[in-house]
Ligand binder design. Sequence first.
Ligand code: SF4
Length: 438
Amino acid sequence: MSPRPPARRGACPAFLAPMETGDGLILRLVPAEGAISSGQLRGLARAATAFGNSMMEITARGSLQVRGLTAETVAPLQDAVLALGITPRLGLAIDISPLSGLDPREIADARPLAQRIREGAAGLAGKLGPKVSVVVDGGGAISLGGHKADVRLVAMRSSPGVRWSITIGGGAPELLAEQDAASLALDALSRIAALGRRARATDLLGCAATQPATSGDDGTPATPLGTFSLAGGRFACGIGLPFGAGAADLFAALADAAEKAGARDLRPATERVLLATGLDAEGAHAFAADARRLGCLTAPDDPRAFIAACPGAPACVCAHFPARDLAPNVAEALAPLLDGTVTVHLSACAKGCAHPAPATLTFVGMDEGIALVHEGAPSGARGPAIAVDALVATLATLAATSRAPGETGRGLLARMQEAGLPAGLWLREGNDRPMVKT
Ligand code: SF4
């Protein structure tokens, strides 16, 4: 059966409206308080096994997902979540750092402003589209710069106190006191709602699209892996799910490890990371060691940290190739390129679910094979298409043989692009017609 076209714009697997995929329905859960206990994560893993297909995920924006539900098992899973005492976030998506209020590096605790906007926007429920989002970035150790947002508020040191830089869509930022920033954010959300459920901030006059801020531009790590100091002499330890996914057993084992290490709670975080907080130094070390033994990422230089992969085939009906299954091989083969300057996105179709911002290289599944996009969105993919194994092998050879002394992976790819990278790959295969994927 041919893959289906990507789901309509605006579709997303929310808690109350799970979305159909190739392996059943997928339900997204964001804990309203941002944190859950070890026991709650264990319970969620049990429920994912009982009512889904045992596959769980943490997304790039730090949401938990349970896959493989059926129309009959959605309600029991929702009931199980509530019975575990987990309150799901409903309505407008407002993202803050998972360490807000605990982070000694933050300029401001983002929670009060986020709460003010949430309460003010309650009357817009049902009028805003499901993809409309707000980012409130208190400026701490974890960057939210890679999150796309219709309304972005970033704390700035000011004299006296703190002010918030607010950007609506791609418009010019304004620097305002907290109350004024909240009012402007709510005004923008009202105007978006007035345009209908398909509207975004970029549809507002003077707010045309620009590139989102990029993770790491502000000096914070792009992926919050490793140990972070918290207020009161405690620590948080961030570990990464391999390509954002794992069996329910893995989540349960991580819950056990966090409990054994003395964690206060667990927080799904940006870039598919799970943070255990409230640890002492020894506990942080023990949690990381257990996570490493379980196959998780524990250091920011793990090559897998630079690869985003959607589930691909057979989990998604739109997929043209098994993106996540291929990801470990791609990470291993391209490790010499993945020096922290390169991100690779394996997108099994042109929708690009796994990495909303442009990646350095995106492999896009197409009818004829894989197309390569350099520094662009998957939707920009054009032929020629090539077999994925050949593409990976050619890129690995490039990395091993063509890199100038001191040249970064990104620099090498930019140089190759100037020299006609896709065409070069094409010709290196010696083919005069598209290779068909196997
Ligand atoms: S990008 Fe991947 S997960 Fe998203 S619709 Fe396409 S195939 Fe499915």
